[in-house]
Design a protein around this ligand. Structure first.
Ligand SMILES: CC(=O)SCCNC(=O)CCNC(=O)[C@H](O)C(C)(C)COP(=O)(O)OP(=O)(O)OC[C@H]1O[C@@H](n2cnc3c(N)ncnc32)[C@H](O)[C@@H]1OP(=O)(O)O
Ligand SMILES: O=CC(=O)O
Ligand SMILES: [Mg+2]
Length: 540
């Protein structure tokens, strides 16, 4: 198959299965029009992000900013998003999509962000699978012969495009790579928005990694423009925003306001939130966080305060408050350990339901029942939007540094997780179970950014080098004896790329400049050739 592309559009990746249904000339023309209309505004926002970060790192103070005063509320949710007590998330391969849609959760968030390794094949085939899922034609036959089909009462579909920071190096428009957000959103909306509306649902999106209200405004403009261009009813594109950056937390109400005609809720993305906290203050020796395992929501004042503030702001303005992701997943190998994992998830969701959340995410179908039970017990349903939660008593704790040690065991743990995760990611898998915990890009970002900070401010450079070398040896031996034994085999993507993972990790940890997202240099490794490397150069 060869591509037919509109004028000014260049495809820099080869056709893959699914290209024929996804990368049609009309769909590419829509993505190109999005890029031409909003590309510059996005670049401007990214420049503003960089300026703001520089100012904060230089010591500029931060304040909580209220949204516009008055009694405004966000638009009421569509009927199929009124009850969101359990939302499952996961990557876009056919088995995951089918299992998630059949899981009994109210919503399935199909993920092109944290749970996705953005290989070209994953991006295009993921869209092709979602296109089939929307039309209810998706099926899958596993290598062992098991057949997967969609059930009669699937979860409501929502899609998370990649964040504003990333380019999609496979598609260039007028000599520049397109924004990954516009590529993912544009293709999904072009192929599915009308079909979803005809089927009684709608085009619903989860928006990741926003850093403030201006970025929400740009998304709103993209949605408004797309509705007109695609001939959709006005305000039919709906969104939920992840609050997963400390600067976005300061502007939660403004984010709701900018998207008030379309937004249905906020979700506290605790893992990226922790990463953002480390990154924002990375250069400050007085703002070093303790070991990753100690950073739980109840015990960490900045997370606890953000969590309370989110429910307060959401309910005041009529939006759902959706809880985030516990990293514990069920275990088949050990009933006692399984019970302990479920107890961790239950406790986390009981806290959220008690704080006023209307529902929460789960990482695994085996957790749907546990979380549903917690929210059903907490309130009769479908949500607790009417319950007003108080504002946090000590909002200054949004920026407080938690107590706790930085230990050599913490360093070894971060190296282990980062190496295993990066190796799996480079092999095409964006979400993996490592030591029986869910790890994805956001949790790996925490590990590698802590290492950067500890090397700088705790003099852990030599220790990092020796521990990293030892761990690489150990993982090579594990992978040699059994690919699955490393906790993250290469899966469909082929063998684990441990040596490249180590190279990438060294760069992320040892570069004097903090790398803003691991996925930016990571993409050069992931795509292998000119495409990823071009993005890095283009950014320079
Ligand atoms: C920080 C954040 O952004 S959180 C959101 C992003 N992260 C995610 O979405 C993670 C989603 N979770 C996952 O990807 C997976 O649960 C993993 C990788 C952590 C573990 O997956 P596995 O190792 O396959 O788990 P396990 O072997 O227990 O799976 C049992 C079954 O459940 C299925 N399953 C597991 N997780 C999911 C999921 N999230 N959605 C759909 N099906 C799932 C598996 O495919 C498997 O199906 P099968 O029995 O038909 O073969
Ligand atoms: O996207 C969710 C997060 O916790 O990060
Ligand atoms: Mg995230």
């Amino acid at each position: 198959m060869s591509y037919q592309v509109p004028d000014g559009v260049e495809l820099r990746e080869p056709p893959v299965p699914g290209s024929e249904s996804v990368l049609t000339p009309a769909a590419l023309a829509f993505v190109a029009a999005l890029a031409r209309t909003f590309g510059q505004a996005r670049q401007e926002l990214l420049r503003r992000r960089a300026d703001r970060l520089r100012e904060v790192r230089e010591g500029k103070g931060l304040d909580l900013r209220a949204g516009p005063a008055g009694e405004w509320k966000v638009a009421s949710p569509p009927s199929d998003l009124v009850d969101r007590r359990v939302e499952i998330t996961g990557p876009t391969d056919p088995k995951m999509i089918i299992n998630a849609l059949n899981s009994g959760a109210q919503v399935f968030m199909a993920d092109f962000e944290d749970a996705n390794a953005p290989t070209w094949a994953n991006m295009v085939q993921g869209q092709a699978h979602l296109r089939q899922a929307v039309r209810r034609t998706l099926s899958y036959v596993a290598p062992d012969g098991r057949v997967y089909r969609l059930g009669s009462q699937p979860a409501v579909l929502s899609v998370r495009p990649r964040g504003w920071h990333l380019d999609e190096p496979g598609v260039w428009v007028d000599g520049r790579p397109v924004s990954a957000s516009l590529f993912d959103f544009g293709l999904f909306a072009f192929h599915n928005a009308r079909e979803l509306l005809q089927r009684g649902s709608g085009p619903y999106f989860y928006l990741p990694k926003l850093e403030g209200a201006a970025e929400a405004r740009l998304w709103n403009e993209v949605f408004e423009w797309s509705e007109q261009r695609l001939g959709l009813p006005s305000r039919s594109i709906r969104a939920t925003v992840l609050i997963e950056h400390v600067l976005a937390a300061l502007e939660m109400e403004g984010i709701l306001y900018e998207l008030r005609d379309r937004i249905t809720g906020l979700n506290l993305g605790r893992w990226d939130y922790i990463f953002s906290f480390i990154k924002t203050f990375a250069h400050r020796p007085d703002r070093v966080l303790p070991d990753r395992a100690l950073l739980t929501v109840p015990s960490t004042p900045f997370l606890r305060t953000a969590s309370q503030l989110l429910v307060h702001v959401c309910h005041r303005r009529g939006a759902h408050a959706i809880g985030g992701m516990s990293a514990y997943i069920p275990r088949k190998d050990d009933p006692d350990a399984n019970e302990r994992a479920l107890a961790q998830v239950r406790a986390d969701k009981e806290r959220e339901a008690g704080e006023g959340y209307d529902g929460a995410w789960v990482a695994h179908p085996g957790l749907v029942g546990v979380v549903r039970e917690v929210f059903e017990r907490a309130f009769p349903g479908p949500n607790q939007l009417e319950r007003m939660s108080p504002a946090p008593e000590r909002p200054e704790e949004l920026l407080a540094i938690p107590d706790g040690p930085v230990t050599e065991a913490g360093l070894a743990g971060d190296i282990d997780v980062a190496l295993r995760y990066l190796a799996a990611w480079l092999s095409g898998r964006g979400a993996v179970a490592i030591h029986h915990l869910m790890e994805d890009t956001a949790t790996a970002e925490i590990a590698r950014s802590q290492l950067w900070q500890w090397v700088r401010h705790r003099d852990f450079g030599a220790l990092y080098r020796s521990a990293r070398a030892e761990q690489l040896q150990r993982l090579r031996a594990e992978a040699g004896s059994s690919p699955a034994a490393s906790g993250a085999d290469g899966g469909d993507g082929g063998p684990l790329r441990l040596d490249e993972a180590a190279q990438l990790l060294d760069r992320l940890v040892l570069d004097p400049e903090f790398v803003e997202f691991l996925t930016i240099p990571g993409l050069a490794y992931l795509r292998g050739t000119h495409a990823g490397i071009a993005q890095e150069r283009g950014r320079g």
